[in-house]
Design a protein around this ligand. Structure first.
Ligand SMILES: *Cc1c(COP(=O)(O)O)cnc(C)c1O
Length: 430
């Protein structure tokens, strides 16, 4: 057994001053049992906890670290920026450079604005979509997570799923009544929303859902949403906070021809620092203050340290034209290995890969939406998670999260992971 004495102590101390001992609920490991290791440091593909246990890290800060921990290029860029001042609350050139870089990669994004988190990005995108269309209702999908802002904390997947609280106390009914819920990969459910309401400002979704486990949208569904939005003059918003620069260089655009009107980013575009962004068609973006009437602001938005980390990250991504092929190969090797090992022990497992994102459900049927995902065997997942952690493999601590490989990983590490998983599956099948 690994020794967790220091982490246990740190957890008790943390709980005295921070609710649940954590600053974001999933970190508390409640859905898998046990207590979270407190992390001392990371290097490349690995993290080490305060008891000195080392883990191969398939969480990578929940997505941002596509190059792994302490990537030298990002580190250098951050230190260089830090020495010039942490924040000015005034325009800096690095913001323009990062915006231009994103636009170069996502040509349908004519202009964008930076914020400090994915939550803020989506919240602001919705305000702009509402301001632009002068309509109030939004369509969101069960199991998609878009951050914790009021309108979006309805059947929100991720941590909200794990804790069985589909919405949250503190979110007024009066606000949520403008959020219409539809079923992922089910166009008829969206058509129904448009029949029920003529007041729909936007349809918001993760084009590659990563917060109910990994569940991609199919092409007809996306095209159907595009057509519906065009017909009803609603804004189609792709939330690519997770999939952007993760699923492929162009996020979901690597898998679909459908273009949204707006998109939100986060995670990878900050290279590990707090950055989010929302952008899209110029006509919509020009409604944003100070050019237009829709207000949105942020004291630390676009601060030069975070921007420098993001820019360094995107530059490295662009330079390595084989990056996503390599990451896809690793992710496929991992999931195929897990699947084979599970089959050997007659454990039903559904696996999925999109670039550097991977998912696996303990489920005997293919998962196309949230209700399918909920039929997964979460007890078995919890046991798998504990078994892997004990062997030095750090997986996301919920059945409803996506895993990530990073550029600091190699085939040897994946082979070791599969070997450990085989042992764990053997225990599970007893
Ligand atoms: C993580 C995530 C968010 C929220 O981003 P935060 O930076 O945690 O606020 C929003 N949308 C999606 C798709 C995400 O994966």
């Amino acid at each position: 057994m690994l020794n967790h004495a220091n982490s246990l102590k740190a957890y008790d101390e943390a709980k005295k001053v921070i609710p649940g001992g954590v600053d974001s609920p999933v970190r508390a490991f409640l859905s898998v049992g046990g207590t979270p290791p407190f992390i001392a440091e990371g290097k490349g593909a690995y993290i080490t906890d305060i008891d000195g246990n080392k883990y191969l890290d398939f969480v990578q800060s929940w997505g941002p670290l596509i190059f792994g921990h302490c990537d030298k290029t990002i580190e250098r860029a951050v230190i260089k920026a830090v020495k010039k001042g942490l924040s000015f609350g005034a325009p800096t050139c690095v913001e323009t450079r990062l915006a231009a870089k994103i636009r170069q990669i996502f040509p349908y994004v004519e202009r964008l604005r930076f914020v400090s988190s994915g939550t803020e990005a989506v919240m602001s995108a919705i305000r702009l979509a509402r301001g632009h269309t002068q309509k109030d209702d939004i369509v969101k999908f069960k199991g998609c997570y878009h951050g914790h802002s009021d309108s979006l904390l309805v059947q929100a997947g991720s941590g909200a799923t794990t804790f069985g609280s589909p919405s949250s106390p503190g979110v007024p009914e009066d606000i949520v009544k403008h959020t219409l819920l539809a079923v992922y990969n089910d166009l008829a459910s969206v058509e129904k929303c448009f029949e029920e309401s003529e007041n729909i400002a936007c349809v918001l979704l993760e084009p590659i859902a990563g917060n109910m486990g990994l569940v991609p949208a199919n092409e007809e569904f996306l095209q159907g949403l595009r057509d519906l939005c065009t017909k009803h003059k609603a804004v189609l918003i792709f939330d690519e906070v997770m999939s952007g620069f993760r699923a492929s260089l162009r996020g979901a655009q690597g898998f679909t021809k459908v273009k949204p009107d707006m998109v939100t980013f986060g995670k990878v575009i900050g290279g590990g620092m707090p950055v989010g962004a929302f952008g899209g068609r110029g006509e919509i973006m020009s409604k944003l203050s100070p050019e237009g009437p829709v207000y949105q602001a942020g004291t630390l938005s676009g601060n030069p340290v975070a921007m420098s980390a993001g820019l360094a990250s995107l530059k490295s991504i662009q330079k390595d034209y084989k990056l996503y092929d390599k990451l896809t190969l690793l992710a496929k090797m991992l999931t195929e290995g897990l699947k084979t090992a599970a089959d050997e022990h007659k454990i039903p497992l559904q696996v999925c890969v999109r670039g550097s994102m991977f998912g696996f459900f303990f489920n005997d049927k293919k998962v196309k939406n949230f209700d399918d995902a909920l039929k997964s065997d979460t007890k078995r997942f919890a046991a798998f998670h504990r078994g892997m952690l004990e062997r030095g493999f750090y997986f996301a601590c919920s059945q409803f999260e996506t895993g990530f490989v990073c550029a600091a990983m190699n085939e040897k590490m994946i082979k070791k992971t599969i070997k450990a998983a085989r042992e764990v599956f053997k225990e599970l099948s007893k």
